[in-house]
Design a protein around this ligand. Structure first.
Ligand SMILES: [Zn+2]
Length: 181
């Protein structure tokens, strides 16, 4: 079916930057079925059922491929990655290559989804930061209100003591005046 001999060299010719972006943003569309739900099974070099994924690489957007099922890195990222230990490296295309028009269309759709997703993540992060701010402000308000209450209480106690002192003092004055008379 596929030509697994030349894919590594073809893919390694591409720069690694886009792969990192792809890893973060993931498939632009959800999978309709799990990578191992397909039939009939295609076996990899170690006689295990291979996973079926959809490529979103620049060269092969929307093209399905089989891959060794325990591979940590999927095909679209293999440009800059060395196969991890135990990876038999099995890889085979499911679909024929799409037309240039379809490829461009799929890449445009992919990029549109990714940029919206990125924007959405950034907005969520900003919103999260504001939540943090609000929480911090609420805590501070509570603290200030508590301090205010304590100050009011202290002031009241002081006033009461002053009043008492004044009363005694006035009383003393009056007594003195009385003594003079
Ligand atoms: Zn294998």
């Amino acid at each position: 079916m596929g030509d697994s001999s030349s894919w590594a060299s073809r893919v390694s010719a591409r720069s690694g930057n886009r792969g990192a972006v792809a890893e973060r943003l993931g498939s632009p569309v959800p999978y309709r079925e799990g990578p191992l739900s397909y039939q009939p099974a295609v076996m990899c070099h170690c006689r295990m059922k291979a996973s079926r994924w959809i490529s979103w690489s620049e060269d092969n957007p929307g093209r399905r491929y089989y891959r060794y099922s325990r591979a940590r890195v999927r095909f679209r990222l293999l440009n800059s990655v060395i196969l991890s230990a135990g990876d038999c490296g099995f890889y085979e295309w499911v679909d024929d290559e799409h037309s240039t028009f379809l490829k461009d269309l799929l890449l445009d759709l992919r990029d549109a989804v990714w940029s919206l997703r990125k924007e959405n993540n950034e907005l969520k992060m900003v919103a999260g930061t504001h939540d943090g701010c609000n929480w911090e402000m609420k805590k501070q308000m509570e603290r200030v209100e508590r301090e205010n209450m304590e100050l009011k209480q202290a002031l009241k106690t002081k006033e009461e003591k002053m009043e008492e002192k004044c009363r005694y003092w006035l009383l003393g004055e009056m007594e003195m005046e009385g003594a003079v008379q």
